[in-house]
Design a protein around this ligand. Sequence first.
Ligand code: HXC
Length: 257
Amino acid sequence: MSYAHLLLTKESGYAVVQFNRPEVLNAINIQLMTELVDALEMLDKDDEVRCIVLTGNEKAFAAGADIKEMADASAMEMLQRDQFARWDRIRKIKKPIIAAVSGFALGGGCELMMTCDIVIASESAKIGQPEINLGVIPGAGGTQRLTRAVGKAKAMEMVLTGRMIGAQEALQCGLINKVVPVEYYLQEAKDLAKEIAGKSPVAVKIAKESILKAFDTTIEGGLEFERKNFYLLFSSEDQKEGMKAFVEKRKAEWKGR
Ligand code: HXC
């Protein structure tokens, strides 16, 4: 399948989705977002793909929503575009998504990064929510996911000043997982995708779902959800195989069911 603003490649066990609007630092317009959701949903159904890497280029992961596309819109036009419905669909992707981030991850780019499950960044990453400088606020989860990730104090500082933080600061405040030199960030994300692709796909999906549950439930409800999912996995062939392989001192062969 070919896209105007995305490049898609499948490797052994995982896929790489790359934003491809380098002339505008991968600014996210409606078409890019439509294609992204289409690609992710397609990969989510593809049994050969067990993990997804989302990336931009060295200069920019994505510099935010396309400002030119929304500059003259009225509130009613924004409402009717209903663009956040697409963002909600990304939240429903069951396979793990690893963001490989270099350069700018701003506004919607930072929000997209935060919808991913793991973030590998290059030393050059510049991350922020600069919407305040445009007279608006983050609209795709920036006030919510950022606050949950870094806490109130840092989220206030970033959203109220619009200031970008570097990769090391993002690492220190728990926004990203790892920082590597720019020449390695994509390979590092791919290696991680390959490692996750080597686990039981059914357990991986249920683990992701259970961790995400922690963000919208009480501890009581979350523990109950986890417990039911733990029991559920005992009905999978992968659980039988995983434990049998351990006992027999051999590598498990996952069936994904
Ligand atoms: C449209 C953008 C863009 C954006 C960059 N460009 N960001 N176009 N929307 N978000 C375009 C520029 O207009 C320019 O095109 C080209 O990309 C290169 O950008 P420069 O500004 O010349 O590069 P540089 O001087 O290196 O500055 C990089 C930058 C700056 C600091 C990242 O581009 C910038 O501040 N961009 C906007 C960042 C931002 O405010 N993002 C939040 C958007 S609101 P031309 O044609 O002039 O060469 C948002 C809300 C999300 O994301 C809500 C959910 C959907």
